[in-house]
Design a protein around this ligand. Structure first.
Ligand code: MG
Ligand code: MG
Length: 261
């Protein structure tokens, strides 16, 4: 069942979503060659708790950490580890969730570690652009399939492929609510988008083929062909007919801009 939110509830979801963005911005400050993904997890958890929230991922379905860290050919749900040391030229997708005032924030961003291969940079940029192309469809009267169609065609036209096994979702008191929001699909199909719906749109896009394998930890997904995958996620409310993005990449990108100077 799709649970429509009041304006008050959307503001609480915004607060939780912005805390995720701020947490990702804290990580942007320290992502560099030599840091472990366990350290990123430690910093994220401390920041979330210092801000009066709890990490929504920790313990969710038994997940052992506060963030998912997926490096290079890992697609999503990578487990932070002191054995994973980032190196120059890596890319890392960080997915983060918070639970604050009874509402879940959920957003993800893919970072370059130092300088990445131009094709990897194109993958990252296309994935992020496809997220906003999808958000452009998140208006009242359109359907969930319109979002998926827009993301899929944008990425496939550029030579990339779309993961099928994992999808976006409604978000609210719970991290995963109805409806499911696939990053692929057909126009004019699926649930109708209505005012008060809050959904996470999260393209997971592969440089090569879309087929994935699970690692032995039971969580981490990896591309079967070993090529890179990127992941960006925004929480979006449909408000007064239009898309209202609750998380904010601007906070993260301000940190990244300062670093590049
Ligand atoms: Mg997420
Ligand atoms: Mg999500």
């Amino acid at each position: 069942m799709i649970y429509l939110k009041t304006q008050e509830e959307i503001e609480l979801l915004r607060e939780s979503s912005l805390l995720v963005s701020k947490t990702l911005a804290e990580l942007a400050k320290i992502i560099r060659p030599g840091i472990t993904t366990a350290k990123l997890d430690e910093v994220a958890e401390e920041f979330i708790r210092d801000n009066g929230a709890t990490p929504a991922f920790k313990g969710y379905g038994g997940f052992p950490a506060s963030i998912c860290t997926s490096v290079n050919d890992q697609i999503v749900h990578g487990i932070p580890s002191d054995k994973v040391v980032l190196k120059e030229g890596d890319m890392i997708s960080v997915d983060c969730g918070t639970f604050k005032n009874g509402f879940v924030g959920d957003s993800a961003y893919t970072f370059a570690v130092g300088e990445v291969d131009p094709e990897v940079e194109r993958l990252m940029l296309t994935t992020k652009e496809s997220l906003f192309i999808g958000i452009g469809q998140a208006v009242e009267g359109k359907r969930v399939g319109d979002i998926g169609y827009a993301i899929q065609s944008y990425c496939e036209e550029r030579g990339f492929s779309v993961v099928r096994e994992m999808v976006g979702h409604g978000v609210g008191h719970k991290m995963h609510e109805d409806p499911q929001v696939p990053n692929y699909g057909r126009r004019g199909t699926g649930s109708m988008l209505r005012d008060g719906m809050v959904i996470c749109i999260e393209p997971m896009i592969c440089q090569g083929k879309k087929d994935l394998v699970f690692e032995r930890d039971g969580w981490t997904t990896r591309t079967r062909d070993g090529k890179c995958a990127a992941h960006y996620e925004h929480a979006v409310a449909i408000h007064k007919g239009k898309a209202d993005i609750l998380s904010d990449f601007g906070i993260i990108e301000e940190v990244l801009r300062k670093q590049s100077h």
